[in-house]
Design a protein around this ligand. Structure first.
Ligand SMILES: Cc1ncc(COP(=O)(O)O)c(C=O)c1O
Length: 452
């Protein structure tokens, strides 16, 4: 028998198939605000909100109270028999603050499920409109849309797709918006965005517009590129192309949405509204697993007037406890005007990162929006040459940060294939200026130790 509260017993006595099988994970036993505590009593500043999840930090009393109240009423009711007040009120709340035109919500338990639902709903929509020939999905390279087979197929992280390639549905990929490496030296940001829009247009024409279902993109690329927003005008041009060809625009706001970039939806800052939008992570803030697919009125009407049902559901769709938790998270964000804090502390974080790393020999780029910021590491700033992937710099940074009581979200493959490293930062919306300073100091020490 192993004592699960003793970190020294992990993983020798573990029956959990952990992410990295040989890694010795500390045991998390508590959390408050922006900190998580392990079983040895060490506190970690959660500068990535896990993976951009814990937007209210840990143990928020209002969310816990709302969850307890829901549990006292009803823990679960299957959606083939009932709806619940929690599911209805959360949908009302999401629709009241949605991008223009989105007026229904389909609940799931996380981001991958939201993308799977988006792909199937997009396909069903066209079948019910009498366009069964539409079968192609276009997405972007260096993107992440989730780990299940459909989401993996549209995602553009090559190293993650390779092993499973024979099982994946066909998907097509165009270039991401990746200004740091792919904008030509004499090209304006607008001209670069226009060039990428033309690439999408050419891909649609190559496949035959009448065969294309949707274009899928993260509004701000999260874990794969490290907080990379689009250039001005890009999404407006993409929206216009989708409209011209009658193709659906699916925005993946699983990571960048629900306030993370300083507006409730990242696409508000790009001046567009999608046809389908996937949200998760910050929707429930980690208090319960929950995600959602938001859909445009016309898609809803097509199904309502057609077959009468979306041919897709899960056992835990609309779980009342998850909906109650998410509703409480969203109410706290509004009541406490936390999006203003995201903008304020996002600006402070960007300033502090530029002060600390602006002249750092191994930091090539600092980018992001709101409290979604990224640093790209390079071996040479002039040539932008990445570090040798064999060094696994991103993993070393994570290790050094954890030693210093700091959780960040580093990743490799930034520059394509296995090359390139970045660090993603996504602290809780409640973070203070002092805590931002603390995280930047610890990050500086961690990066210096890892590259040294
Ligand atoms: C942009 C994006 N889409 C989809 C997903 C998948 O979400 P989940 O891990 O909840 O399935 C993620 C997860 O990191 C993500 O960042």
């Amino acid at each position: 028998m192993s004592d699960a509260t003793d970190p020294s017993n992990i993983p020798s006595g573990t029956h959990v198939l952990h992410r990295a099988i040989a890694h010795r994970y500390p045991v998390a036993v508590g959390g408050e605000g922006v900190f998580i505590r392990d079983a040895a009593g060490k506190d970690y500043i959660d500068a990535s909100s896990g993976a951009a999840v814990s937007c209210l930090g840990h143990s928020h009393p209002d969310v816990l109270a709302a969850m307890r109240a829901q549990l006292d009423r009803l823990e679960y009711a299957h959606t083939s028999f009932f709806t619940t007040a929690a599911a209805e009120e959360l949908a009302d709340d999401l629709v009241a603050h949605a991008p223009a035109g989105l007026d229904h919500v389909f609940y799931v338990s996380g981001g991958s499920e939201a993308i799977e639902a988006a792909l199937k709903l997009a396909r069903q929509y066209f079948v019910e409109r009498g366009e069964p020939g539409r079968r192609h999905v276009i997405a972007r390279r260096q993107s992440y849309h989730g780990i299940t087979l459909g989401a993996l197929a549209v995602g553009g992280r090559e190293w993650q797709r390779q092993k499973f390639a024979p099982l994946l549905i066909e998907a097509h990929h165009v270039s991401p918006v990746y200004e740091y490496r792919e904008r030509e030296p004499h090209e304006s940001a607008e001209a670069y965005g226009e060039r990428l829009a033309r690439e999408l247009e050419a891909k649609i024409e190559e496949l035959g517009a009448e065969t294309v279902i949707a274009f899928v993109a993260e509004t701000v690329v999260g874990a794969t590129l490290g907080a990379v927003p689009a250039v001005p005008g890009y999404f407006k041009a993409v929206r216009a192309i989708c409209d011209r060809f009658g193709i659906l625009l699916i925005l993946d706001e699983v990571m960048c949405g629900m306030g993370r970039t300083g507006t409730l939806h990242a696409c508000e800052q790009d001046g567009v509204s999608p046809d389908l939008m996937a949200i998760a992570k910050g929707l429930g803030g980690g208090y319960m697993p929950i995600g959602a697919l938001m859909l445009r009125r016309e898609i809803f009407r097509t199904l309502a007037d057609g077959s009468g049902a979306f041919q897709h559901s899960h056992t835990y769709t609309g779980h009342p406890l998850a909906c109650a938790a998410a509703l409480a998270v969203q109410r706290v964000i509004r009541r406490d005007d936390l999006l203003a804090n995201v903008r304020r502390q996002g600006a402070h974080l960007a300033r502090r990162l530029n002060e600390r790393f602006g002249n750092h020999p191994f930091v090539g780029d600092i980018r992001g929006r709101g409290l979604l910021q990224g640093l790209e590491l390079v071996a040479d700033r002039g040539s932008k040459e990445p570090f040798d992937p064999a060094r696994k710099l991103h993993a070393r940074i994570k290790h050094e940060a954890m030693m210093r009581g700091l959780m960040v979200y580093p990743m490799g493959g930034t520059a394509g294939g296995e090359r390139g490293d970045h660090v993603l930062l996504a602290p809780p919306f409640i973070i203070s200026a002092g805590e931002v300073d603390m995280l930047v100091d610890r990050l500086g020490d961690s990066i210096d130790a890892a590259v040294g």
